[in-house]
Design a protein around this ligand. Structure first.
Ligand SMILES: Nc1ncnc2c1ncn2[C@@H]1O[C@H](COP(=O)(O)OP(=O)(O)OP(=O)(O)O)[C@@H](O)[C@H]1O
Ligand SMILES: [Mg+2]
Length: 225
């Protein structure tokens, strides 16, 4: 899963990137953001996430250009006032999705700890790596759930004050970094004045209440007001 610089090709274990994505990766690599992809962390429906060698290592998130639910993405995107006029071409939707995560992370990091977005180009986003692959909350239950969930609630409130709703909070998108929650995966996050912001917020609250319950912490919606 290394770049073969002599041929200018990127080979990965689970397939080969399409030509377009190869060029995007090559451009970002040429700008010095990383040297090579070293490990696939998550090969998902929407994005493939890799660790890349750099000093220090970074995360490279490649949004898939194919096999996506473009209609659903577009529905979400146009409700975000910043993307109301996004071009309806499939690729443009993916690019907007990547750009939106970059912009959301810049906003979020003013209020709460999140990975620092380093760069994006077309369908690829480069981020600070936080912790290791095993740090998703689903694999790393908190030692002090009471305190952990209190911090999650505080972060949700701080984020809202900063003008954002995460919209996809789950045990997959919260990392447990040395007993501190770190929110990741901000591609779905929307401004609080988006027409669907309430719906996204309510869904986050429901997910966190359910997750807290699994760890013996009882929360109610009023805790998030
Ligand atoms: N900055 C980061 N530091 C460490 N690990 C990360 C980071 N970003 C992502 N990961 C790991 O990769 C996994 C997938 O990342 P992410 O949630 O951003 O992508 P995704 O779920 O595929 O995104 P989307 O929902 O947009 O398709 C995370 O659950 C986490 O384990
Ligand atoms: Mg995710």
């Amino acid at each position: 899963m290394a770049v073969n610089a002599s041929r200018g090709e990127w080979k990965i274990q689970h397939g080969v990137f399409d030509q377009f994505t190869l060029r995007v990766l090559e451009k970002l690599r040429g700008q010095g953001h990383f040297e090579e992809l070293t490990q696939a962390l998550a090969l998902g429906k929407e994005a493939n996430v890799f660790i890349a060698m750099a000093d220090p290592d970074v995360i490279v998130k490649v949004y898939r250009l194919e096999n996506r639910d473009f209609k659903k993405m577009l529905e979400y995107l146009v409700q975000d006032p910043r993307y109301a006029h996004v071009k309806r071409r499939k690729r443009e939707i993916v690019f907007a999705w990547a750009q939106r995560e970059y912009r959301n992370l810049l906003i979020a990091r003013e209020a709460i700890p999140v990975p620092k977005p380093m760069a994006y180009h077309k369908n690829v986003l480069i981020l600070d790596m936080i912790g290791g692959p095993a740090d998703q909350l689903k694999d790393a239950p908190p030692k002090n759930p009471e305190e952990f969930y209190a911090t999650i609630i505080e972060y949700i409130k701080l984020l809202r004050k900063q003008g954002l709703v995460h919209g996809d909070l789950s045990e997959f998108n919260i990392l447990n970094l040395d007993e501190h929650p770190i929110f990741i995966d901000f591609s779905q996050a929307s401004p609080v004045d988006a027409p669907n912001a309430r719906e996204l917020f309510d869904r986050d609250v429901k997910n966190i209440i359910r997750s807290a319950g699994k760890h013996g912490v009882t929360l109610s919606v009023t805790d998030f007001e």
